[in-house]
Design a protein around this ligand. Structure first.
Ligand code: 5GP
Length: 195
C-alpha cells in the first residue's frame, strides 16, 4: 500500500503503558486536525463503558473472518484469544487526503504493517520498568485477574520488539511522553512536506 501523501504511523506498546492516555492527550494538542486515529475491529467483548463504533467495531468471529476473506484489513492479528484488525478503506482515504494516520496496534500487527508499508513509521511506548508496568496493570481493575496475568506475561516479549521501531518513548510522565510523541509527528509532517 502506498502512503505517499499522508504518513502512516504504527503506535505500539505493551498493555498498561499508557498508550491510550497519550493518544487522548495527543489529539487534544492537534488543533489543526492533522491526525486521524484508525478504529479497529475486534472480536473481544466490550469492557465497561466501551461503545461499538467509538472504541472499536465489536464483531463476531464469523464477521471478522468474512472481512479477512474479502481482503478488508491492512493487517490483523490474534491477541490474547481475540482477533484485532485495521480496516483498510478509511486508512487509505485519509492517507490520500494527506493526513497523519495512527494505528494503535500490538506488535504482530505492527510487524505486518512495517513489512507491507515500508514508508510507515513505528513509535513504541515503553514503561519505566517491568515492575511499574505490572503495578499499573494490577491497579487498572478493568480486566479479570486471568487477563491481567496474561498481559503481564506477554509484556517482555512485546518490549523485545521495540528494537524494530523507529522511535521509543518512555512513559514516565504522561505530559512529557505526549510532548515527545507530538514533536516526532510534527517533525515527520514537516519532513514529508519538504519531500
Ligand atoms: P485491548 O484489548 O487492550 O483494547 O487491546 C489489546 C491489544 O490489541 C493492544 O495492544 C492494542 O493496541 C491491540 N490492537 C488494537 N487494535 C488492533 C488492530 O487493529 N490490530 C492489531 N494487530 N492490534 C490491535
Amino acid at each position: 500500500m502506498s502512503n505517499k501523501k499522508g504518513i502512516l504511523v504504527v503506535f505500539s506498546a505493551p498493555s498498561g503503558c499508557g498508550k491510550d492516555t497519550i493518544l487522548r492527550e495527543l489529539f487534544k494538542k492537534d488543533t489543526e486536525n492533522e491526525f486521524m486515529l484508525s478504529r479497529s475491529m475486534t472480536t473481544r467483548q466490550p469492557r465497561n463503558a466501551e461503545q461499538d463504533g467509538v472504541d472499536y467495531y465489536f464483531v463476531t468471529r464469523e464477521k471478522f473472518e468474512e472481512l479477512i476473506n474479502n481482503d478488508g484489513f491492512i493487517e490483523y492479528a490474534e491477541y490474547n484469544g481475540n482477533y484485532y484488525g485495521t480496516p483498510k478503506a478509511p486508512v487509505e482515504e485519509w492517507l490520500a487526503e494527506g493526513k497523519t494516520v495512527i494505528l494503535e496496534i500490538e506488535v504482530q500487527g505492527a510487524s505486518k504493517v512495517r513489512a507491507t508499508c515500508p514508508d510507515s513509521v513505528g513509535i513504541f511506548i515503553l514503561p519505566p520498568s517491568l515492575e511499574e508496568l505490572e503495578r499499573r496493570l494490577r491497579n487498572r481493575q478493568t480486566d479479570s485477574p486471568e487477563v491481567i496475568e496474561k498481559r503481564i506475561a506477554l509484556a517482555p516479549g512485546e518490549i523485545a520488539h521495540s528494537r524494530f521501531f523507529d522511535y521509543c518513548v518512555v512513559n514516565d510522565d504522561i505530559g512529557t511522553a505526549t510532548d515527545e510523541v507530538y514533536t516526532i509527528l510534527k517533525n515527520l509532517k514537516e519532513d514529508n512536506n519538504n519531500v
